[in-house]
Design a protein around this ligand. Sequence first.
Ligand code: KU1
Ligand code: FE2
Length: 220
Amino acid sequence: STDVPMSKRSDYVDLCRNIIRDMDLYGVCVLDNFLGYERGMSVLNEVMNLYSMGVFKDGELVRNKASNNLKTIRGDEIIWVDGRENSCKHIGQLISDVDSVVMGSNQMNDNGKLGNYTINGRTKAMVACYPGHGSHYVKHVDNPNKDGRCITAIYYLNKDWDIKENGGLLRIFPEGWSDQVADIEPLFDRILFFWSDRRNPHEVQPAFKTRYAITLWYFD
Ligand SMILES: O=C(O)CNC(=O)c1n[nH]c2ccccc2c1=O
Ligand SMILES: [Fe+2]
């Protein structure tokens, strides 16, 4: 099922049911092996080509308070892609597969909504690279002030990622689960969904190896 479009895959219905259930129960959903090895690698190669062309916007400079000196480290470096660019065909296919499971989950729910949202649009794809050397993202909410974004979808591209060695853990602090956190490793071909609002403060812990992810935000 490598080049079978997502919406034709036999497990498509299961994927959508999985997303609906987890989003309703936890507000967070993790799916592994989303594209399969070949297609995952094609997306990774396109991202690495983009990165090697130097087209990523320089990440924010953050003071490395961890080592308490004024040395600044680069945070995330990003580039926005709509998926129709010539060198982004496989990223484009990933985007339409994420669209079909998000929209599929939207329609498949008995009330035709995914968590009381009627998804009707999304951002372009934000391809992000954390260049290692301790680059991280402080605890934040993606959409704290009702800017319309309701679901964050993050596709990870990091092969042979060893969380102890390489860091880069995504830690979500789901509201209402007092001392529980959701620790998500940024593993190759893994996709993550979570509500973008104040229900899900989260942080990217310091990464010590180049860490790639592609994020889509869905609007209602
Ligand atoms: O990569 C992750 O696991 C989580 N990543 C994030 O939460 C995250 N959230 N908001 C951003 C806004 C601008 C640039 C990068 C980001 C970003 O990596
Ligand atoms: Fe975020």
